[in-house]
Design a protein around this ligand. Structure first.
Ligand code: WTA
Length: 651
């Protein structure tokens, strides 16, 4: 049923859950009531209901030393056992855990019994390579089953993984290896992307040669068979070791607060932060949200989250949430348009995917291609759609629901962050009326507020800054090796409330609308990038004197990186003659230094940057320019005519 409600500025549509969906929904209203009556007790119940504890916890939350929270801290569990062994013991060994689809078209089904066996073997290999409790392991792999196996094998032995997205450069990989002092790197000869082999091992070799020397061993999966160098004594092949290893591995239990992983994410400064997550609290909220937000019926559903394991979405909703819930899922290695633009929909048809979780940027690029492509495939198996990574515009939401979902199935827009570990704001399908464009309501057990800049809560229909007012189980436990930065980044602004960095607005029904980042973090295709990090990369180029980067609105990618660069005098003349070549060189430079995802859409060579009298670059004006808008207020500029000159140059 559709309810149309007039709104002062825009039309808000609301969709009631269908009675059929509501009748079979996993979530129920009681969850909100239970959480409201006793928030901490609610999470204790979830932790007991969803996880298997080797040693039950007696303490739920310790918030005596904020912002350092402890959840379930006297309990012990093994995360890998919770994702694998216990399902096999419960008789689910023959259930498919992973339908793997390689980009070239190779595919393989892996049952829970097989996955458990492979993880045990890999755990034995890791221990044989000298990895133990608390050691860090960097994982730099394509989206292949071995990525999942590696993460779980690391977790099983109580080591800590740091997955680095395969698109990052050797510099980015090296700085992450160094920051975490990783002892082992797990990689592959290469992976398939856009119909080609992209090499990974040479990047690892380069990264290790640049790094400080913590890496002792490299474990290499053979995926593509391309030639790679093997360093004797350091490099070992996965197939030489894992296949022959023992399938017996007795798991140890670790404390609930034992770190499970580090994941680096962009902040407002040049250096990425190593966000640290725990074992018990993280897994509780990942499993709870995966089950309730996606309405998971593990016996019948086929779930597919399209995120790469290099991002938090891949950690929580490809690996830990789905496997803790014994789900059957699709794992796809490649890009959506290889070898044809209908590849995703072909996969949905092939595996009868019932739950699909993806990003608005993907939806918008499919919209551009037109509905005739998905309509060539049978998508009737789909019964729930999810979105994550950036605000989904109502138009894309409606297209997703109608063209992909056939018009009547729920679409959930989920707001969360690397730091929150799991979904924080989302409708619960079957319960909540859905409203396109709004992430809507905090999930049960989560306390959210919107504050004005001075910290007073915003009342009624108004906008401000999004905060989380109470600790939550899957919250980050800190920044690796930098407790001060943890406090400064998230807790300084509003004291004991977690400041998310996002703007938000509440509507007349109390629903939350996310308005994007309020800091210097950009969101490009759902990936977080820091303006400062790209600026320092540009400035590291010998030609660059000064650089300013902004995130400009982009129809497909949400935001796009646009850079303004002043060249050094010595270079200026030569480069000025051919500014197109100079900007191409700088674009390439950023891609090599950070990774292809950071490559600016445009680099404008300019003579000046707009600065205030105190020398601060006014990025707001550059954003106006990059978006082709009327330039805003320039009165605080040291030289008010500067924007005129820059505009001329950019033309
Ligand atoms: C943005 C990704 C609006 C937001 C899980 C946040 C969203 C940042 C949404 C975190 C959404 C994520 N609606 N904005 N549904 N989901 N964001 O750490 O700005 O890669 O702060 O985590 O993405 O990005 P991250």
């Amino acid at each position: 049923m559709t309810v149309q409600i007039d709104h002062a500025l825009e039309e808000i549509r609301r969709f009631r859950p269908s009675p059929e969906f509501a009748a079979q929904a996993v979530a129920d209203d009681g969850l909100y009531e239970a959480a409201k009556a006793d928030r901490v007790g609610f999470w204790a119940d979830r932790a007991r209901e969803l996880l298997t504890w080797e040693k039950p916890f007696t303490r739920t939350l310790d918030w005596s030393n904020p912002p350092f929270a402890k959840w379930f801290d006297d309990g012990e569990l093994n995360v890998a056992v919770n994702c694998l062994d216990r399902h096999v013991e419960a008789g689910l060994g023959d259930r498919v855990a992973i339908h793997f689809e390689g980009e070239p078209g190779d595919s393989r089904d892996i049952t829970y019994a097989e996955l458990t066996d492979e993880v045990k073997r890999a755990a034995n290999v890791l221990e044989g390579l000298g990895v133990g409790e608390g050691d860090r392991v960097a994982i730099y792999l394509p989206m292949i089953p071995e990525a999942v196996v590696s993460m779980l094998a690391v977790a099983r032995i109580g080591a800590i993984h740091s997955v680095v997205f395969g698109g990052f450069s050797s510099d980015s990989l090296a700085s992450r290896i160094d920051d975490a002092e990783a002892k082992l790197v797990i990689t592959a000869d290469g992976g398939y992307r856009k119909g080609r082999v992209f090499p990974l091992k040479p990047t690892v070799d380069e990264a290790i040669s640049k790094s400080a020397g913590s890496v002792e061993k490299v474990l290499v999966v053979k995926r593509t068979g391309n030639e790679v160098g093997v360093e004797a004594g350091r490099d070992v092949w996965w197939h030489d070791t894992v296949a022959g290893a023992s399938g017996e591995h007795a798991p140890k239990a670790f404390g609930a607060e034992h770190p499970l992983f580090i994941l680096y994410t962009s902040g407002t400064t040049g250096k990425p932060k190593g966000v640290v997550h725990s074992s018990g609290g993280y897994l509780t909220q990942a499993a709870f949200t995966h089950k309730n937000v996606f309405d998971l019926h593990p016996e019948t559903d086929v779930y597919w989250c399209t995120a790469d394991v290099g991002w938090i979405t891949g950690h929580s909703y490809v690996v830990y949430g789905p496997l803790a819930n014994a789900a059957t899922q699709v794992l796809y290695e490649g890009t959506p348009d290889t070898p044809h633009p209908g590849r995703w929909w072909e996969i949905v048809e092939k595996y009868k995917v019932s739950i699909l979780y993806t990003a608005p940027t993907a939806i918008r690029s499919f919209m551009k291609l037109g509905r005739q492509i998905p309509h060539q495939f049978n998508l009737r198996s789909l019964r729930l759609l999810g979105s994550v990574g950036e605000p989904i515009n109502p138009e894309a939401w409606i297209w997703y629901r109608h063209v992909i979902g056939g018009g009547s199935i729920p679409v959930v827009d989920t707001w969360w962050q690397t730091e929150t570990g799991a979904i924080m704001i989302s409708a619960l399908p079957g319960i909540t009326d859905l409203k396109p464009g709004s992430a809507q309501v905090p999930i049960p057990g989560i306390s959210i507020d919107i504050l004005s800049d001075d910290g007073t809560p915003v009342e009624g229909e108004d906008g401000g800054l999004l905060v989380i007012t109470e600790p939550w189980p899957s919250m980050l436990r800190g920044i690796w090796g930098d407790p001060e930065r943890f406090k400064e980044t998230y807790w300084e602004k509003f004291g004991d409330k977690y400041f998310a960095g996002d703007g938000a607005r509440r509507d007349e029904d109390g629903d939350i609308w996310l308005l994007g980042r309020v800091d210097d973090v950009m969101n490009v295709s759902g990936h977080r990038l820091s303006t400062a990090e790209i600026e320092s990369s540009l400035v590291a180029h010998p030609w660059t004197a000064e650089a300013a980067v902004v995130g400009a609105t982009d129809e497909t990618t949400g935001q796009a990186v646009v850079a303004f660069v002043i060249l050094k005098q010595s270079q200026a003349e030569a480069a000025q003659a051919d500014t197109a070549a100079a900007s191409e060189e700088l674009r390439k430079h950023v891609a090599t230094q950070i990774g292809a995802i950071a490559r600016p859409r445009q680099v404008f060579i300019v003579n000046e940057l707009p600065k205030t009298r105190s020398g601060k670059i006014m990025r707001r004006l550059l954003r106006d320019l990059a978006e082709g808008r009327q330039i805003g207020d320039t009165t605080t500029l040291a030289d008010t005519s500067i924007m005129q000159i820059i505009s001329e140059q950019v033309k």
